[in-house]
Ligand binder design. Structure first.
Ligand SMILES: Nc1ncnc2c1ncn2[C@@H]1O[C@H](COP(=O)(O)OP(=O)(O)OP(=O)(O)O)[C@@H](O)[C@H]1O
Ligand SMILES: [Mg+2]
Length: 237
């Protein structure tokens, strides 16, 4: 299968700390890869390595093109978007302004308007409050905004770092339904999650990262009921 995103021997170090070591990962078009693992396993460092915020060694390619030496902006323009851990929306800007920032590198005003309308309609609560400061949204609504903002750059690959963190189960289900919808439209997703059960609902492949290395790789069906679940993921399958 052709890989939309491919990581070969990717490593991340912070001084003496080896956060990620020789990571190999492949994601095809329309595939969702769940990256699971305990705190400090190197999940966010992997996301940072892919979008260019965190210096890394090894090779990262997007649609067959080596992007390892590109700056963050060039990777966004190339088709990589991230909804980061902790959401990082701009609380003093309005919902609509946050969305526009996601499209900052685009030069097609009509397309930007159409996409803005699309996401405001998809998440009616964002539509109703498009002119209010994003800081007035609830945690779940802010997460929806963070994902919609990332989608505004029209990515080929979406990196999601713990989208369910701190959210009520009903909201989590809605967010994962949305991820499933994006996948069906052909988007490739790298999904970092602590909520293994929800992640496995949408994932094609599951990678369990422990101390910066993949300790398990398989389909959600392979993983269910194995010791991996008990050892690293709180046992819930
Ligand atoms: N900027 C940094 N400087 C030094 N060490 C760091 C830095 N960022 C992360 N680390 C270390 O790298 C390791 C991996 O961290 P990372 O944030 O990638 O883990 P994670 O899997 O995302 O964890 P969590 O589930 O808690 O978000 C940890 O030991 C962490 O302390
Ligand atoms: Mg993290």
């Amino acid at each position: 299968m052709n890989s939309m995103l491919r990581l070969e021997q990717v490593s991340v170090r912070y001084g003496p700390v080896r956060a990620v070591t020789d990571l190999d990962l492949r994601a095809g078009e329309g595939e969702v890869i769940a990256l699971l693992g305990p705190n400090g396993a190197g999940k966010s460092s992997t996301i940072g390595a892919i979008n260019g915020l965190v210096p890394a060694s090894g090779r990262i390619s997007l649609g067959g093109r080596d992007i390892s030496s590109l700056a963050v902006e060039a990777r966004i323009a190339g088709g990589i978007a991230v909804a980061p851990e902790g959401r990082r929306i701009f609380v003093n800007l309005t919902v609509a302004e946050n969305l526009r920032l996601g499209a900052a590198l685009r030069r097609d005003p009509a397309g930007i308007r159409a996409d803005t309308e699309r996401y405001l309609a998809l998440f009616p609560v964002l539509g109703e409050r498009s002119n209010q400061p994003a800081g007035t949204l609830s945690g779940g609504e802010q997460q929806m905004l963070a994902i919609a903002r990332a989608m505004m750059s029209r990515p080929k690959v979406l990196l999601l770092d713990e989208p369910s963190l701190g959210l009520a189960p009903m909201i989590v289900t809605r967010i994962f339904d949305f991820i499933g919808q994006l996948k069906s439209e052909g988007l490739t997703v790298i999904l970092v999650e602590q909520n293994a059960a929800q992640a496995m609902r949408v994932a094609d492949q599951v990678c369990v990262l422990v101390s910066g290395r993949i300790s398990y790789r398989g389909t959600p069906a392979d993983l269910a009921g194995t010791d991996v679940m008990k050892l690293y993921l709180g046992g819930a399958a």
